[in-house]
Design a protein around this ligand. Sequence first.
Ligand SMILES: [Fe+2]
Ligand SMILES: [Fe+2]
Length: 170
Amino acid sequence: MAAWQRVIGLFRRRLNKTDRQLAESYLDEAGLFLFNQMSYADQKHAVTVARYLLSEKVDTSGANMSLLIQGALLHDVGKVKGEISWWNRIRVGLIRRYLPRLRDKRAKRGEKGLGHALYVDLHHPDRGAYMAQSLGVDPSVVFLIRHHHDDAKEPATIELALLQSADAKN
Ligand SMILES: [Fe+2]
Ligand SMILES: [Fe+2]
């Protein structure tokens, strides 16, 4: 998704019907609960990653597609709706990309504004995995959520490698 589309997405509210149907066809009740508590921008990003993985652009042979698409739809559930203002969301995106060390330094739990936004951004894989695990989501999907930003040279599973590369492109 282009940067400008992401910015416009920050002001929209609800997924369209076909995006919604995609989420509903892969997620069970617990998964949908987690998916629904994300903001529109994060839901749209998750669906875009899932669609990309389902497209012909990606060679997914050997991957467990049900697991992979659930992981795509849920990988960012640690970002809870309403926690970060649209303004801080844009700043966090820029800091993550261009000043990653500043993110580590300024991230602070419970602090208002940018510090907390950076904290959420830094810890959303662990948070999301914890939330998913608590609701009984498949452990293999929880694994994808927890490790989707890991900096491993050789990702542990084919699904993780595919998710990481799709996430980076969308
Ligand atoms: Fe993420
Ligand atoms: Fe993501």
